[in-house]
Design a protein around this ligand. Structure first.
Ligand SMILES: [Zn+2]
Ligand SMILES: [Zn+2]
Ligand SMILES: [Zn+2]
Length: 355
């Protein structure tokens, strides 16, 4: 079939459909115009709660850190499961509330942390040096191992919210890690799909998908010996990216030193292309999906990252998920192939450093 007329595409990972309406990309835009985010930030901001040496909430103070820096979130969305003294906590202590037919609830617990990428207030991921991005990846890895050691933690979700448009109020380069006493819905859906595919075909869904995308190349944005970045066939967000490890491996902790440097190189390259697209610091939510820490064997799991950016056609025009998308299903105008082509054409030399 041709992809220039309305069609829907199936997301193999989440088992959900997306409506694609390529003809609508030609319509004039009369929607909301966002303010262009402020640029030219100071190297150090005395009012930033993430800068080295500064005070945070409740009298806590950051160290005078020089590389990456990790601390427990001062206002975590999840709390510890009670008596930390006897940690590791027996999960049987987590009492499940009465499972009524219509009102289901379960107590949950977890640990939330913040990871500063750099002491520099004014830099973002694409502006960090290769070695600095590798250090960030190693910090994410160490944190995954450290949090996963707690017996009540079943999943470690590493993610970055970048830009005010994504609800991130602080431009200081940082990510968050929420580790939870259960596997959250998105990775849980994907693990189910990966396991079902493995049972049915005896192979890995993402390994097979990766091979097909490499063959056609039409949705590939960048790649190296260890990782590939592509606009997935079933992408919902205009410039959504999926970054997949070439090798079938489940978690950050399984990566070799060469793979870490391959991932750092590709992250720098794709986030630079993002910034170059509209010549602004490009907003997105990104995160890893990796092996749960639930003490089960997860041969089906294949390490990957998602990038979900909200921008559509300029620095100031964003995509909203409203109307049919809230009530029916997600929809996009620009095809995945067109989006990949636009990103591929861009330089991976950052626009700020071209002169
Ligand atoms: Zn700062
Ligand atoms: Zn695989
Ligand atoms: Zn995923």
């Amino acid at each position: 079939m041709k992809y220039d007329t309305p069609h829907r595409r199936f997301n193999q990972l989440t088992q959900e459909w997306v409506l694609v309406s390529p003809h609508r990309a030609r319509r004039p835009w009369q929607g909301q115009i966002e303010k262009t985010p402020l640029e030219n930030l100071p190297v150090y901001d005395p009012a930033c709660y993430l800068c080295p040496g500064n005070n945070r909430a409740e009298g806590k103070q950051n160290e005078n850190y020089t590389g990456t820096y990790v601390f427990d979130n001062d206002f975590p969305s999840l709390l510890l499961p009670g008596n930390l003294d006897n940690d590791p906590v027996d999960r049987s202590n987590i009492e499940i509330t009465e499972d009524r037919r219509l009102f289901r609830a379960q107590p949950v617990s977890g640990i939330c942390r913040v990871v500063c990428f750099s002491p520099r207030h004014d830099l973002t991921l694409p502006e960090l040096k290769q070695a600095e991005i590798e250090a960030v990846i190693r910090t994410w890895t160490d944190q995954t191992l450290d949090l996963g050691k707690h017996s009540f933690i079943q999943y470690v979700q590493v993610f970055e919210n970048k830009g005010a448009m994504m609800g991130c109020s602080n431009p200081h380069p940082h990510s968050q890690i929420w580790s939870t006493s259960y596997i959250p819905d998105e990775p849980a859906k994907e693990l189910d799909s990966l396991a079902a595919y493995r049972r049915q075909h005896g192979t890995c869904l993402l390994c097979d998908y990766l091979a097909e995308e490499q063959k056609s190349g039409e949705r590939v944005v960048g790649s190296n010996d260890h990782f590939i970045a592509l606009v997935p066939f079933w992408a919902v967000w205009p410039f959504e990216l999926l970054v997949i490890s070439n090798r079938h491996t489940g978690g950050l902790a399984d990566l070799t030193a060469d793979e870490v440097s391959g991932l750092a190189q590709l992250l720098k390259s794709i986030t630079t292309r993002y910034d170059n697209l509209f010549e602004i610091s490009f907003p997105y939510s990104m995160g890893f999906h990796q092996t749960p820490t639930d003490r089960q064997v997860h041969e089906e799991c294949h390490l990957h990252l998602h990038f979900y950016p909200p921008l559509l056609r300029s620095a100031t025009v964003r995509k909203f998920m409203v109307g049919f998308e809230m009530l029916g299903m997600p929809q996009r105008d620009l095809t995945a192939e067109t989006a990949a082509g636009k990103l591929r054409e861009l330089s991976d030399l950052h626009y700020k450093h071209r002169n």
